[in-house]
Design a binder for this molecule. Sequence first.
Ligand SMILES: [Zn+2]
Length: 216
Amino acid sequence: MRSHLFAHCVIWRYFRVFNQRFLYMILPIVAYGAPVLRKVCKDITPDFPKLTKLIDDMWETMYASNGVGLAAPQVNHEIRLFIIDSLQVFENQDEEDKGKFKDEPGVKRVFINAHIKQLNGQPWSYNEGCLSIPKIREDVVRPEEVTIEYLDEDFQPKTETFVGITSRIIQHEYDHIEGKLFIDYLKPLRKKMLSGKLNDISKGKLKLDYKMMYSK
Ligand SMILES: [Zn+2]
């Protein structure tokens, strides 16, 4: 019986390794201009088809494209789901930035059916980018703290307050499930100056090191 159990564990372990290597998929990222990026996304229930697989694929996709967050509409799902990993920010930060942010060492989280309850604190500016809007980075002002209600990947309800870079990433990803993009915060003149670049992105004219999906 014991050896049977051992064999089972070994097989399971190999299956998991195999799974990680071959079964998770890198999904194409929806490019600026697609209508799905402008939708207010809907809450989901635990029986949402293949949710675990979708979340695993989103992690795979986010890491493959060097992102720190990814929202479901960016992989063409109109649902209130996003993932973030701010641990990476602190792992890769410059010596001079050490101790600058209060949320060190960061968090890795799945947010399902998230709803922001409160935004507090001193607004601050940070240079943001977005996997759906490649090669554009702009300073965006956002409040310091976010209090958010959400379900974790086991559908357990949580209410948490985040600060620092983690709060910044959460607010950026949360905007995605509300159909908003970081360029919406730019002054009209600045946005006008970027319109050529944005047009190129939506038409797939950029050379990128990750796969994108374009609307016709
Ligand atoms: Zn984004």
